[in-house]
Design a protein around this ligand. Structure first.
Ligand code: SF4
Length: 206
């Protein structure tokens, strides 16, 4: 089905459709009531990409940073959110409506996060054992699947590992869509963007 317009309040529920990179940011945010700069930027742009309006995005961050006072939130965080949406900043930023949500390619080639940071693609940034533990903590426990992931990341085929996890999690709906030729074949091509992951997951399960 179609994607309904997300709101700040619907992000927790929608996060079941997020790829590992964004699920991990969402969990960190809920755990710490905070995210560091690059994680915030990556996640803000992803939320923008799923159709969250600037207004709702501000509400989302304001509520999520619940230990932070209003004046500090306004002084330190609000501008960056508005900037990402192209509401403020230079002419080019505003004309371009802010930043484009990051693709897997971009996330897979940026500098690795330092200790305490959670941004980037976990298939690349986590050591294989830690990646497997992370996946298990999100309910990905099939042994053959995890072995496949291990092999993929060993060959540095990070987005292939991510697609493998996606296909396993959505096998029933994918089979139906294929068997009944409900979607053009191109709609089932390899996922190359976190927002593509979200959209396909949502559409397969709704
Ligand atoms: Fe996110 Fe792409 Fe990495 Fe998957 S391959 S976790 S969508 S960056």
């Amino acid at each position: 089905g179609d994607i309904t317009t997300p709101t700040a309040a619907s992000i927790d529920g929608l996060s079941q459709h997020f790829p590992l990179c964004m699920q991990n940011l969402h969990r960190e945010l809920r755990k710490n009531n905070h995210l560091k700069h690059f994680g915030r930027l990556q996640y803000t742009l992803f939320l923008k990409g799923i159709g969250l309006s600037l207004q709702e995005c501000i509400i989302f961050w304001r509520k999520s940073f619940k230990l932070i006072a209003d004046d500090k939130f306004k002084a330190e965080y609000l501008y960056n959110i508005r900037h990402a949406y192209g509401e403020v900043g230079g002419d080019a930023n505003r004309r371009g409506r802010g930043y484009t949500p990051y693709s897997c390619q971009k996330l897979l080639t940026e500098p690795a996060p330092a200790a305490g940071q959670t941004h980037g693609c976990p298939y690349r940034t986590y050591a294989p054992d830690n990646l497997i533990t992370l996946l298990q903590s999100f309910g990905v426990t099939d042994r053959a699947l995890l072995q496949g992931v291990r092999e993929d990341v060993g060959k540095q085929r990070y987005h292939i590992a991510c697609n493998r996890v996606f296909e396993h999690a959505h096998k029933g709906p994918i089979k139906k869509v294929k068997d009944e030729a409900l979607w053009p074949a191109s709609e089932l091509d390899t996922i190359l963007h976190p927002n593509g992951y979200f959209k396909r997951s949502f559409m397969l399960k709704n």
